[in-house]
Write a protein that binds this ligand. Structure first.
Ligand SMILES: [Zn+2]
Length: 305
């Protein structure tokens, strides 16, 4: 469905070597050096790569809804014009530019980009896109997988942010090293001496952004987790359940007015089977039974069947 191009080690051409020895060619040399740091490119064109989507993928615009206004490919978000800039994504070992196909609809000639949220919704049962987009930013699926593994290994979000920073920095240092082999006359080439534009491009997500990505992944998979937890019914026909209060202290919001921490819940109610596997959980305010009745009933129904 996608093609990923990585510019990890582009070989220097004879033109590049010639530009190094030139007297008044500082600018071309800088430009050539900068080529080593351009982001990887991720092409996204589901309509052309999944034949079954032809005559299925529809224009999501209001005027075309439910009118079978099918889409066809007409261009790319490849940065050739100001309106066609690709989306920037955080990647694991390099920044990534998402170059998406632009589609046009049959009935009203509306243009829709292939990473439009409504298009991705139509694809949800076909394939998972190799990226996740937020309002202004985005990440590759690799980054999301890494974040989830780190969180499951009990690393804090700030520790994860640090690990990602180091990964990217060592990848950048690797490119500087390759570059210094091809251009031995260029001295003092290291991540810290690169142009500000390149440094900004090679940035990593903040703690908050990493947290948001993890939570988005969690909510997306919540039904799957719940189903799996409920299916973990034990063999000895007993379960244990209780409220725990400590964990709820960390779930809340900082109020803008007085900067005070406001807890959103009093406790976490947790149900375990005889193996200690979690069958269900719910955050609650107060310990009344009515707060947890739905959870108990959900767990009870597969046990009875
Ligand atoms: Zn349309």
């Amino acid at each position: 469905m996608t093609e990923r191009i990585s510019f990890c080690h582009p070989p220097p051409s004879s033109n590049l070597q010639a530009s190094i020895s030139g007297v008044n060619q500082v600018e071309p040399l800088t430009q050539q050096l900068n080529l080593y740091f351009i982001p990887d490119i991720l092409f996204w064109d589901p309509l052309s790569t999944i034949p079954s989507l032809k005559g299925v993928l529809q224009c999501p615009k209001e005027a075309c809804k439910r009118r079978n206004s099918f889409l066809r490919a007409v261009g790319w978000k490849d940065g050739k014009t100001e309106r066609s800039n690709p989306r920037q994504l955080y990647g694991l070992t390099a920044p990534v530019e998402l170059v998406s196909r632009v589609y046009r609809c049959q009935l009203n000639n509306n243009e829709v980009v292939a990473h439009d949220g409504h298009i991705l919704m139509q694809l949800r049962n076909t394939d998972r896109p190799p990226f996740i987009l937020s309002h202004l930013s985005g990440i590759t699926r690799d980054v999301q997988t890494a974040i989830s593994s780190y969180v499951l290994s009990e690393l804090t979000f700030s520790r994860i942010a640090n690990i990602m920073k180091h990964q990217l920095l060592s990848s950048l240092a690797e490119r500087c090293k390759t570059l210094s082999i091809h251009y031995p006359t260029v001295v003092d080439l290291s991540p810290s001496t690169l142009e500000q534009d390149i440094k900004s491009m090679w940035s990593t997500p903040s703690n908050d952004f990493i947290e948001t990505i993890f939570l988005a992944d969690f909510w997306e998979k919540e039904k799957l987790y719940t189903h799996r937890m409920i299916s973990e019914v034990g063999t000895d026909d007993w379960i244990s359940m209780d409220h725990t209060f400590k964990v709820a202290c960390n779930i809340g919001i900082k109020q803008k007015l007085d900067n005070q921490w406001k807890k959103m819940f009093d406790s976490l109610f947790c149900v375990l089977n005889e193996k200690g596997q979690v069958m269900g959980w719910q955050l609650t305010k107060r310990t009344s039974f009515k707060n947890i009745r739905d959870l108990i009933q959900r767990i009870n129904s597969p046990c009875e069947s």
